[in-house]
Design a protein around this ligand. Structure first.
Ligand code: PLP
Length: 364
């Protein structure tokens, strides 16, 4: 059986180092907001290329706390792609703000040429989701934001270390939001997240907010949350960060093998936007008979996943927004077509060959 994702493989690659770090933290007697978190924040900021990084408990926290500290809530609108992950939209709506959906282009990311038509006097921000490991067109998005005086929040949960025109994502907007959920590029071994920013005042707001709104023990400035990155995850992330570029390069190699060898007329291969590179968080093909292809691969013991089967505007959670089927036809079409092929660090050449052979012999 070839799994869609096999987390044991990436752990095994550097198992001894993870285990040594875990023991070191366990034996330190200090488990929350200590030297590992401090060191990781410095190292992640340096890696991404921002002045500041603040460790948080998850990617969703990074998103909703970003909108909170930017002062975006009830009565405000935030532009987001219609094929986003549900957490992106929750990051907006937890604060009472309203998502305004814009359809994706052929690169599976927001179609920047359609953003201006979605802007109203209530629009306060654009949430640029770098889906599947590929950057949005940040040149166009930043130009639009500047012209209309909007904040830009980048959701880099699936894009750890990939770039737009040579500059890493998470450095363009007011805030970059990262999830270190175990399946993400620099995945932790539990829940974790962070934000990156060049704005010192914002960074301080994040630091205060994540710790009950406290900047000094028992002095609480605002009603905050508990969203602290813990020492164990921070320590393990520091180990993985040393290998992140290698891990991204390995997935790139697997993607190139797929791109060069998949030749089924039933699938459309992923396209990379000129100016972007991809960290290949997912290798997503489009197939008009996706469910048949997925069933066929399952019978051949090849696991696949669908990112995502229900677009946010049709999710039960967002019934209150009042959308119906047909409102965002591109996102709806994509939700019926997309299929994520097996892609993980430590995937063998034999496994890659089996996936290619199975898909190329699919008869529809
Ligand atoms: C994973 C993910 C999130 C949420 O991250 P968590 O750490 O699971 O809360 C948000 N946005 C995108 C695009 C993601 O892939």
């Amino acid at each position: 059986m070839i799994l869609a994702n096999n987390l044991l493989r990436q752990y095994s690659l550097y198992a001894e180092e993870y285990e040594a770090k875990a023991l070191e933290v366990l034996r330190s007697g200090w488990y929350i907001l200590g030297k590992e978190v401090q060191a990781f924040e410095k190292e992640w900021a340096k890696y991404i290329g921002t002045e500041h990084c603040v460790g948080l408990a998850s990617g969703l926290d990074a998103l909703w706390i970003s909108f909170r500290v930017l002062g975006i809530g009830a009565g405000d609108e935030v532009v987001v792609c219609s094929n986003a992950y549900i957490a992106c939209v929750m990051g907006i709506t937890i604060n009472g703000a309203t998502p305004v959906f814009v359809e994706p282009d052929q690169y599976d990311n927001i179609d920047a040429d359609k953003i201006e038509a979605a802007i109203t006097p209530k629009t306060k921000a654009i949430l640029a989701v770098h889906l599947y490991g590929q950057a949005c067109d940040m040149t166009k998005i930043m130009d639009i934001a500047k012209k209309h005086n909007l904040k830009v929040v980048e959701d880099c949960a699936q894009s750890h270390g990939n770039k737009w025109q040579g500059q890493k994502v998470g450095t363009f907007g007011d805030v970059g939001c990262f999830s270190f959920y175990p399946t993400k590029g620099c995945g932790a071994f539990g829940d974790a997240g962070c934000v990156t920013t060049n704005n010192a005042e914002l960074a301080n707001k994040f630091r205060t907010f994540r710790n009950y709104g406290s900047d000094k023990k028992y002095h609480n400035k605002v009603v905050g949350s508990n969203s602290r990155l813990d020492e164990l995850q921070a320590g393990l992330l520091r180990v993985k960060l040393q290998y992140l570029d290698d891990m991204n390069a390995e997935r790139c190699k697997i993607a190139n093998y797929y791109l060069q060898n998949l030749n089924s007329k039933y699938i459309k291969l992923p396209e990379i936007r000129p100016g972007a590179d991809s960290s290949w968080h997912q290798f997503v093909v489009h197939c008009s008979i996706r469910d048949e292809l997925q069933k066929y691969l399952q019978e051949k013991e090849i696991g696949t996943m669908i990112h995502y089967p229900i677009p946010p505007h049709l999710s039960e959670a967002y019934e209150y927004l009042g959308y119906k089927k047909g409102d965002f036809p591109i996102a709806e079409k994509y939700s019926n077509e997309v299929l994520s092929l097996p892609m993980y660090n430590g995937m063998t050449q034999e496994e890659q060959r089996q996936v290619v052979d199975a898909i190329n012999s699919f008869e529809g």
